[in-house]
Design a protein around this ligand. Structure first.
Ligand SMILES: *Cc1c(COP(=O)(O)O)cnc(C)c1O
Length: 341
């Protein structure tokens, strides 16, 4: 076998079909053994719960090649755990954590020629998901479910270098108090589509969502958590029950504390405080951390003093350190790197 003939540095972030995906079905109260299959299509009832009532959850993680040629994933056990939490909130059966990690390993091994080489900046994106598959017309959870996991190569998130983005304060809400903001459910994204299309149309890269109840506290964007840096180099991240607990953000907080010796704080962050921070970043699997240069609050611009036109020094150092850990150039904390091959 040989690496696929793909222009790794120029593939962008889109779906490309690969050879095998993992599928397991839940029926009569139990998951089947699961298997790798070649069919990339899904056939379900026209009345499937996922199609009528959006009973679906997902995860996202990456496989990539380290500096010494190993193929690895970053903390897949935390994706497995988060999917358990998501399933419970949407009344779906739990896909066991060990089986989730095994499905990750099997799928990457079966598509090993699609894992981009070290240094290309590209990765093999993995998308585990689960949905209610049998017919439901009265509103209730499905009886049958499908868990799937496919792989698709994606290009470097930042082509031509990391550049700070501009975001706007959104008048739309992302998540209700006591709602589903803390789980990775498709429904959270369906309702964010209008807000992001509108933001892009007005020239902004992302939406900053405030808490829906009081509109005074910073929550997150549509798909990434915030990190802020104070004047005295403290790292602050918003705490809220309606934020999705990003694995990248949690890892960066550990990196800040244990590798860079910085003070870290997870607490409520009031929008009023934002102008006092000197750097801001958005954390998620896709970009690791993208610098935010400017927040537009209904026409009023808040520019981060140390990261407005170029990525700031603290966000930059955090980014270098975590990507160094992921790529095997810096020793990882115990259990962070799952070796596939
Ligand atoms: C997936 C996601 C994130 C990022 O989480 P990671 O585990 O770091 O990829 C942040 N916010 C939302 C709403 C998400 O869905």
């Amino acid at each position: 076998m040989a690496k696929k003939d793909i222009d790794w540095s120029n593939i962008g972030f889109g779906y490309m079909e690969t050879d095998k995906r993992y599928v397991s079905n839940y029926k009569d109260g139990a998951w089947d053994a699961g298997a790798l299959v070649e069919d990339s299509t899904v056939t379900i009832s026209e009345c499937a719960c996922v199609l009528q009532y959006a009973q679906t959850i997902f995860e996202g993680l990456k496989a990539y090649t380290t500096v010494d040629g190993r193929v690895v994933c970053f903390r897949p056990d935390l994706n497995a755990e988060r999917m358990v939490d998501s399933a419970k909130r949407l009344e779906m059966p739990v896909f066991p954590k060990e089986r989730f990690v095994d499905a990750v390993v099997q799928t990457v091994q079966a598509n090993i020629d699609y894992v981009p080489p070290y240094g290309s900046g590209a990765t093999l994106y993995l998308r585990p998901y689960m949905f209610g598959s049998d017919a439901v017309i009265g509103v209730k959870p499905a009886n049958e479910y499908q868990f799937r996991l496919f792989a698709t190569p994606v290009g470097p998130y930042f082509k031509g270098g990391v550049k700070p983005i501009t975001i706007r304060v959104s008048d739309f809400d992302r998540a209700a108090p006591n709602g589903t903001g803390h789980i990775k459910a498709g429904l959270n994204y369906a309702m964010s589509l209008h807000a992001i299309v509108d933001a892009h149309a007005k020239g902004f890269d992302e939406n900053m969502y405030l808490d829906a109840a009081t509109r005074t506290k910073v929550e997150e964007t549509g798909g990434a958590n915030f990190l802020f840096v104070t004047k005295d180099n403290k790292i602050v991240t918003p705490k809220s029950d309606s934020i999705l607990p990003s694995i990248t953000r949690r890892s960066l907080m550990t990196v800040a504390k244990d590798y860079l010796g910085l003070e870290v704080e997870e607490r409520e962050v009031f929008f009023e405080e934002v102008p006092e921070f000197v750097e801001c970043g958005l954390c998620g699997t896709a970009a690791v951390i993208s610098p935010v240069g400017c927040v537009n609050d209904h026409g009023k611009e808040i520019k981060f003093a140390n990261g407005c036109t170029e990525i700031g020094p603290v966000i930059s150092k955090l980014r270098e350190t975590l990507t160094g850990i992921q790529m095997g150039q810096i020793d990882a904390p115990e259990g962070w790197i799952k070796e596939i091959k």
